[in-house]
Design a protein around this ligand. Structure first.
Ligand code: ZN
Length: 155
C-alpha cells in the first residue's frame, strides 16, 4: 500500500509536470505567433517589451530565468532602467518561454481585433485529447472512445 506521504509527493510531481506542459505549450504557441509576423503587419504593441525574432539562434541573457540562452525568439525590453555604470548601453531581453508565461507582460496593449487564445487566458492552450492522461477522462468519454473504435473495426 502506498503511504500517504508518497502518494502526496507523487501528486505534486504530477501537478508540476502538468504545469510545465502548459508552460511549454504556451511558449510554442507564442513562438508560432511570432513567426507568423502578424504582430508586425498589424502593429501590435506590448507594454514593456517588443518581439525580437531572429532568423538564426542568438545568445542573450534572459532577465526572468536568469540564464544565458541560445534562441531565435526573444523579447527586448523597451525602456530598460539599467545601471549605466555597470551595464552601459546594455539591452535587456526575456526569452520567449518566460515571456509567454508572464501573463501581465505577454498580453498586448494594442492589437488587431483577432486575438489568438493564448492572449485571452493563461490556461491556453489546453491539452489535446490525446495528450490527456487516461485517468483524467471520465468513464463516459472512455466508453465513447471504445465504441468509436468498435464502429471503426466493424465498418
Ligand atoms: Zn527565460
Amino acid at each position: 500500500m502506498l503511504d500517504k506521504k508518497r502518494w502526496e509527493s507523487r501528486r505534486l510531481v504530477y501537478k508540476q509536470m502538468q504545469h510545465e506542459a502548459l508552460a511549454t505549450r504556451r511558449a510554442t504557441s507564442l513562438q508560432g505567433f511570432l513567426a507568423s509576423k502578424r504582430w508586425e503587419r498589424d502593429n501590435w504593441i506590448w507594454r514593456t517589451h517588443k518581439p525580437a525574432l531572429y532568423d538564426d539562434r542568438v545568445d542573450h541573457h534572459c532577465t526572468a530565468c536568469d540564464k544565458n540562452r541560445f534562441l531565435k525568439g526573444w523579447w527586448k525590453e523597451k525602456n530598460p532602467a539599467h545601471d549605466t555604470d555597470t551595464h552601459p548601453d546594455k539591452d535587456r531581453y526575456m526569452c520567449n518561454a518566460c515571456f509567454a508565461n508572464n501573463w501581465d507582460l505577454m498580453v498586448p496593449i494594442a492589437y488587431s481585433s483577432k486575438l489568438i487564445p493564448i492572449f485571452t487566458s493563461p490556461e491556453y492552450p489546453p491539452l489535446s485529447k490525446n495528450q490527456r492522461p487516461k485517468a483524467e477522462q471520465t468513464t463516459d468519454e472512455a466508453k465513447n472512445e471504445r465504441e468509436e473504435d468498435d464502429k471503426d473495426r466493424h465498418a
